[in-house]
Design a binder for this molecule. Structure first.
Ligand code: GDP
Ligand code: MG
Length: 160
C-alpha cells in the first residue's frame, strides 16, 4: 500500500513529543495534539504519566551538571506530562520547528513556544532533536506494545 505513493520513503520516521507539566496545567494538551494531527502526522503512542525521577535523569542525562539541571528535573517531575510518539516524513526536524526555539522569547510566533511561552524554564513542550535522540527517548518512555502500527487512511491525501 505504501509503495503506490512515491514520496513516502521516510514516512515511518518517529519522534518523541511531550507536553510538560506547565502545558498540561495550562490546558494545552489538545492544542499540541491538534497541531501535529492537523499537519498530517500520525499519532502512534500517547499516555499521561507522572514521571519518576529515574526516568527524568535518563531522559535529561545530557544536561547533568548544568546549572538548570536540578530546576529542570523539579519542573518536569512536578506533575503529569503527556508523552506521545508521532510518525511521518521529517517529523523530527519539522516537529522541532513546530515547537520553536528552546527560549520562547526567541521562538517565532506560530510555534507552540512562541505562541504560549515566555521563559525557557516553562517552555510547554519537549521534542526529540535528532534521530538517535528520538529512538532513545521513544524506547525510554514507551514499551513496544504501547506503540500502535495503524494505517492512516488519509495518507494518500497527505503524501503524493
Ligand atoms: P530543548 O531541546 O529545546 O528542549 O532544549 P535543551 O535540550 O537545551 O534543554 C532541555 C530543557 O531544559 C529545555 O527545554 C528547558 O526546559 C530547560 N532549559 C534549557 N536551558 C535552560 C536554561 O538556561 N534555564 C532554564 N531555567 N531551563 C533551561
Ligand atoms: Mg534537547
Amino acid at each position: 500500500k505504501l509503495s503506490v505513493l512515491n514520496n513516502m520513503a521516510g514516512a515511518s520516521e518517529r519522534t518523541f513529543i511531550m507536553v510538560k507539566p506547565d502545558g498540561v496545567q495550562r490546558g494545552l494538551v489538545g492544542e499540541v495534539l491538534r497541531r501535529f494531527e492537523q499537519r498530517g502526522y500520525k499519532l502512534v503512542a500517547l499516555k499521561m504519566i507522572h514521571p519518576p525521577r529515574a526516568l527524568l535523569e535518563s531522559h535529561y542525562e545530557e544536561h547533568k551538571g548544568k546549572k538548570f539541571y536540578d530546576p529542570l528535573l523539579a519542573y518536569i517531575g512536578s506533575g503529569p506530562v503527556v508523552a506521545m510518539v508521532w510518525e511521518g516524513l521529517n517529523v523530527i526536524t519539522v516537529g522541532r520547528k513546530m515547537l520553536g526555539a528552546t527560549d520562547p522569547a526567541k521562538s517565532d510566533p506560530g510555534t507552540l513556544r512562541g505562541d504560549y511561552g515566555i521563559v525557557t524554564g516553562r517552555n510547554i513542550v519537549h521534542g526529540s532533536d535528532s534521530e538517535s535522540a528520538a529512538k532513545r527517548e521513544i524506547d525510554l518512555w514507551f514499551r513496544p506494545d504501547e506503540v500502535s502500527n495503524w494505517v492512516h487512511t488519509a495518507e494518500r491525501w497527505i503524501y503524493e
